[in-house]
Design a protein around this ligand. Structure first.
Ligand SMILES: Nc1nc2c(ncn2[C@@H]2O[C@H](COP(=O)(O)OP(=O)(O)OP(=O)(O)O)[C@@H](O)[C@H]2O)c(=O)[nH]1
Length: 438
């Protein structure tokens, strides 16, 4: 039976977070069953008004439909109807052709292009996750009123409680790319966000594949810094109890390791194939990962049969509360730090720019008024052309300088400080323009 490992500790004030929306990002190796799992999540949410409850709705009251995003640009067919599909904005095959890229480069560039639209995506999500206004009955005609007819209110789309995100099977392309980080951090700065790491259980029964999967999950947890649920999928084909036991009972893992060693699973004697080396590495790894296991919820599901889905949503609820309690303050602290660093670097750049501009002039005559920022200088230009000419131009007649005057020098200084546009920027901009996505 599927159970979550982390005990549900309901923190103070958690009750009001019960109804707020949560984003679930499905990550997993190719073929682990992410897309099938997504399809199962959607159907579970449609039929279960309380998704943490195993029995579906017995009344006519339907569940709240989720908002679904597909971020896999290379997928041929998705068995559900996503609200936002990366394939509608970016043509993956065209990207590969235009930039002369292979499949992984194509996925990465498509994600980069899509991430330029993240503000619009988050805007849409915010709109749909807000409590919907109570529908107003439309104006009634006098004839209807006299006849005693009532006009039914126009139905509103229900408030979205779950945002589901499907990602490419090439995990590293999503998790380790700048665009993946932009997409995840934009989501996480707006909604509690949980990573569902989907694992192919039948292919994880040996200690070495299990450990490889755990190390991968560990790297994703530390890279994304978001709460994670380990979803052992395909439990109809292989029960996930062994994995839960290995994660909670170190001795059980060791005894499985010994059995495999004795069965010669790690190859023969000699360099690289020595069972001693593999066995002791796996042993040490399981000790190291002990701390990591404590931060996870573990659930066994079958995306095929629907088994374990209510346990998964219990795990989501726990992780959502953990996000609010532990991750959100940390995210906000990092955001503040980034903003402070950005302001500091902008001020430094502006200081440099102003210095360059002052040095670029002839320095003839005293300044009439001191411009402290570029916008000050431009404002002064708007109000009093002569003042600007006197300040920055050598021409006392106020005419245009050969190098384009203040604006020309400002552009030049900006280009110098940023290294100027590169050829790739132009081709990228051309592509955006051509593909109508810029
Ligand atoms: N027995 C069983 N098979 C499953 C289950 N979930 C998925 N599968 C099968 O696993 C295969 C891969 O499933 P997908 O959902 O396409 O996997 P994916 O992770 O989205 O694959 P990529 O798109 O390549 O990343 C398919 O043949 C599914 O039918 C399950 O719960 N049980």
């Amino acid at each position: 039976m599927a159970t979550t490992m982390t005990p549900a500790e309901a923190p103070a004030g958690a009750s009001d977070s019960h109804d707020s929306p949560v984003a679930i990002v499905c990550v997993g190796m190719a073929g682990s069953g992410k897309t099938t799992f997504m399809q199962r999540l959607i159907s579970h949410l449609y039929t279960h008004p309380d998704p943490t409850h195993p029995s579906p709705s017995v009344t006519k009251n339907p569940g709240a439909p989720p908002y679904v995003l597909n971020l896999d640009p290379a997928v041929h067919h998705v068995p559900f109807d996503p609200n936002i599909d990366i394939r509608d904005s970016v043509n993956y095959k065209e990207v590969m052709k235009q930039f002369n890229l292979g499949p992984n480069g194509g996925i990465l560039t498509s994600l980069n292009l899509f991430s330029t639209k993240i503000d619009q995506v988050v805007g849409l999500l915010e709109k749909r996750t807000r409590p919907q206004p109570v529908p107003k009955a439309p104006e009634q005609s006098t004839a209807d009123f006299m006849a005693g007819k009532t006009t039914p209110p126009v139905p509103q789309p229900p408030q979205v409680k779950h945002i589901l995100v499907d990602t490419p099977g090439q995990i590293e392309v999503f998790v380790w790319s700048a665009s993946g980080e932009i997409l995840l951090s934009s989501l996480a700065s707006t909604f509690p966000t949980v990573i569902a790491y989907v694992i192919d259980t039948p292919r994880t029964t040996s200690t070495s594949t299990f450990m490889s999967n755990m190390l991968y999950a560990c790297s994703i947890l530390y890279k994304t810094k978001l709460p994670m649920i380990l979803v052992f999928n395909k439990t109809d084909a292989q029960d996930a109890e062994f994995a839960k036991e290995w994660m909670t009972n170190f001795e059980a893992f060791q005894s499985a390791l010994r059995e495999e060693e004795e069965g010669g699973s790690f190859g023969g004697e000699g360099v690289g194939g020595g069972s001693g080396y593999m066995g002791s590495l796996l042993n040490s790894m399981s000790l190291v990962l002990d701390e990591f296991y404590k931060h996870l919820s573990v659930v066994g599901v079958s995306a095929m049969t629907g088994e374990g889905m209510s346990d998964f949503f219990k795990g989501v609820q726990e992780k959502k509360e953990e996000f609010e309690r532990d991750y959100k303050p940390e995210l906000e602290r990092r955001k503040r730090e980034r903003e402070q660093a950005k302001v500091a670097s902008r001020e430094q750049e502006l200081g440099k720019l102003m210095k360059d501009m002052k040095m670029g002039g002839t320095g003839k005559g005293p300044r009439k008024t001191e411009a402290e920022t570029v916008s000050d200088a431009e404002d002064m230009g708007d109000d009093d052309d002569m003042a600007v000419d006197n300040d920055f131009d050598s021409d006392s007649d106020g005419g245009e300088r050969a190098d384009g005057g203040l604006e020309g020098r400002y552009q030049q200084a900006l280009q110098d400080s940023q290294g100027g546009p590169k050829d790739e920027d132009f081709s990228f901009a051309r592509y955006l323009h051509k593909a109508n996505i810029g």
